[in-house]
Every structure is written in C-alpha cells, then in structure tokens.
Write a protein that binds this ligand. Structure first.
Ligand code: GUN
Ligand code: FE
Length: 421
C-alpha cells in the first residue's frame, strides 16, 4: 500500500473533470484503492508521499505515433502529405533496415514518450520486422501499455520500402505469432494506408487478423487526396472504411483510425458499427494535411475520439499539447463551418487525452478505484499574481507546460525516473 497526497484531477465523463482538493490517494499493488479527504485510520502506518500543492493526473495515451519518424520531427513542415512522405518520411523509414540504428532511435523515442507522460500508445514501426520487434520488446520491458505495428506496403512505395504480398504476410504473421500473448505491449495489424496497400495484401491481413484476434491501425479518410485514391484503387468499395471491412480487418480486435477528417456518412456508420476510434492529431493536420476533424459532430454521432501526436506529421510529442490544440481547432472549425460544429470545452479534450484514449488499453486513463496508478504529478502552475485552482493548473499545463513541469511519473504504481525528474 502506498499513499500520495496532493490535489487530484481526472475526467469523470466527456465534459466533466473530477477534482479532489488536498486529498489522499491510496494505491495497492499498482491499482487505485480509493481517494480520501482525510487519511483513513487503517492507512496511518502506510508510506506517504506528499506532493503538497502539486496536482496528480492520469498519464496520457497517444493513439497515433510513428516511432521511426522521431529524428525528422519539425522538418519539412512546409510540405503537404504526399510530398512530405516522399521527401522526408520514406527515406527516413528506409534506414530502419538496420536494427542497430533502429534500436538507438527507438530508445530516444521512448525516453521522449515517458518524459512527456505518455505511458500508453498505438505505435507504428516500419516494414522491417526485426527493428519493429526491438521496439515492441523494449516497450514491454518498460511496462508501457501499447499496440505496436509492423507496417505493410506493397504498392506505390519506393523500392526500399515495398514488400511483395507474400513477404509482407509472412513477416506480419511471424510478428503476430511471437507477441500476441504479451502482457503490456501487443501487436496490431498496420497497413500504412489504402494508397500503399493492394486489396490482395489487405485480404491476407484480414485472414491473419482473424487467426490471431488482432486489431487494425491505419490512416483513414486522412486527406481529400487519400480518400479519393483509396476508392480509385478499390472501385467496388463505396468509401475508405469499407475497404477494410471487405478485407475482414474490422472485426477481430480494436480499430484505430488516424485522422478521419473527411468521412462520408458510410465511413462514420462503419467506424461506429465496429466501435472504432477516430484519432485526432491536431498538429499533424495543420502541418501536413490542412484539414480539421469535426470533433464535436463525430462525438455527437457516437464515435469514440482520442488524440495522437502523429510524430512526425505532428512536431510535438506531448499529448497534453495536442489537447490544447484540439480546443483551438474546434473553434476554427466552428467559425469556418458552423453547421454541425461547435467549440469543445477543455474538459472534453482532456477526456480524449486520458480516459477515452486510455480505455483502449484497459483500466488506465482515470484515477477511480480499480484503475491502474499510471499517473503524473504536475507542479502547481499558480504564480505570484494569481492563485489558480487544480483544474486550472491542468489546463495551463496543457497550454504552456513541458516535461520539466512533471514532478513525478508512476507506471503501475512504480516511480519512473527520467532526465527531467
Ligand atoms: N499517411 C500515410 N503515411 C503517413 C505518415 O507517416 N504520417 C501521416 N501523418 N500520414 C500518413
Ligand atoms: Fe500518421
């Protein structure tokens, strides 16, 4: 049993933050036992860590991030998707044929993830199985809850990143077979997006998804170009999402759709039918896509929404920065396209960043009893000019914070040290 004292803030529901001021949180075997205003007598002898005026919040979940793109963050941000992929991303990813280079990059990437308080993530590797296996194994050893994908591409990709259907399926099956029984970091099927995957490949992946009960992550109705290209390549499908349905990729595990900015009604109907996530990556959409997700309208349509950094389409690793950006973008969307759109409250963005995103991985993303104590302690953001409430500290952290503002990090109740704290 461990006891922590501070202000405590987490999402209760989509639009409501729960705030416990000056309270005690009891953690037993890495799981929250309860939150108390006064320390119960029975815990009087338990070890107590006092964070004073700090604020304890759940750790963040990043539902869309490309680990191999970490070295290119903040580069080529004046290009749009197809040019950015061809000029920066594909040459960068080709280097992961070398597992030693991969291991060094992935270590730096994971340090950045942990420093920024992201302990749960849906991660893309590259087409290279050995390098991607190294990433998954390292995440498992760090007890990071994750879905990790070996990327599939067999058409419209440079020679260095293009697989045959046979080798793509063989390597994917070996990856699924090896890691499906993992406890923390599990494999997920990761066709890059429809423009680089033949239907034959997708159908083969659908069979593997069935055999290994594996889910799907991909980029879906990401840009107008991508959505049109998907249907051009698959003329008997009415929309991008239907391609994956026909391939049998939506029914065997979680479905995680990055971007989902230009969905048709049929895309929305299908994603909802399979209880899939639409993942907003606010910085990436401004940088390389130039489209804004209709967060309010999707959420009113009953679609699950979470946030992603999309490193390196997005340039910042912290999901807290993306929560702030999500609020900003919702205002722009409502201003330029008022019909069906409205600004979202900050509590809604924090919910996507923690509780709703975390639900993909199990009992993480909240601090209610029964949830894992995957948590961060944020410094009090009051300044000499204005004392602010704990929930205001959380908002100010998301808008102005950085890793140095995180005083402590806990994964499954265990303290994790980084270069920052
Ligand atoms: N669409 C296909 N590949 C990518 C990628 O690497 N990043 C982003 N943002 N979109 C993509
Ligand atoms: Fe992406």
């Amino acid at each position: 049993m461990q006891i922590f004292h501070a202000d405590i803030v987490y999402s209760g529901s989509r639009d409501a933050l729960i705030v416990h001021r000056d309270s005690y949180i009891a953690v037993e075997c890495g799981v929250v036992e309860g939150i108390y205003g006064e320390l119960p007598e029975k815990y009087a002898g338990a070890p107590l860590t006092d964070y004073g005026s700090g604020v304890i919040i759940p750790a963040f979940s990043d539902l869309h991030v490309h680990a191999p793109q970490y070295p290119q963050r903040g580069l080529g941000m004046d290009l749009l998707l197809a040019d950015w992929l061809n000029t920066y991303t594909f040459p960068q990813e080709a280097r992961f044929a070398d597992p030693e280079y991969a291991a060094a990059v992935y270590e730096a990437f994971l340090n950045s993830l942990i420093e920024n308080g992201t302990f749960h993530a849906c991660v893309y590797g590259t087409i290279h199985r050995e390098s991607t296996s190294g990433l998954l194994e390292r995440m498992e050893s760090l007890k990071l809850r994750a879905y990790v994908g070996k990327v599939n591409m067999d058409i419209q990709a440079p020679d260095s990143l293009r697989e045959t259907v046979e080798e793509s399926l063989r390597e994917t099956e070996a990856f699924l077979e090896r890691y499906s029984a993992n406890r923390y970091s599990k494999p997920i099927i990761t066709p890059r997006f429809a423009p680089t995957c033949s239907f034959e490949l997708l159908k083969g992946l659908g069979r593997l998804s069935h055999k290994y009960h594996a889910g799907l992550q991909t980029h879906l109705v990401e840009s107008r170009w991508e959505a049109a290209e998907a249907v051009r390549l698959n003329p008997d499908c009415s929309c991008d999402t239907q391609i994956y349905q026909k391939a049998g990729l939506l029914e065997n595990g979680p479905v995680v759709a990055a971007h989902f900015i230009f969905p048709s009604n049929e895309d929305m109907r299908l994603l909802k039918q399979y209880n899939g996530y639409a993942v907003q990556c606010p910085d990436a959409t401004v940088n390389v896509i130039a489209g804004i997700m209709g967060t309010a309208s999707l959420s009113e349509a009953g679609i699950r929404l979470a946030l992603g950094s999309d490193i390196a389409g997005g340039h910042l690793p912290g999901i807290y920065t993306q929560a702030a950006r999500s609020v900003q973008l919702s205002k722009l969307k409502a201003f330029y396209e008022p019909e069906g759109n409205r600004p979202i409250p900050f509590a809604n963005a924090f919910y996507m960043a923690t509780r709703e995103g975390g639900a993909l991985f199990g009992k993480v993303g909240s601090l209610e009893p029964g949830y894992e104590f995957d948590a961060l302690v944020i410094r009090d953001f009051s300044d000499p000019f204005r004392k602010i409430a704990p929930e205001e500290t959380v908002e100010r952290f998301c808008y102005t914070g950085n890793p140095a503002d995180i005083l402590a990090r806990y994964i499954h109740g265990e303290s994790v040290k980084t270069g920052c704290a």
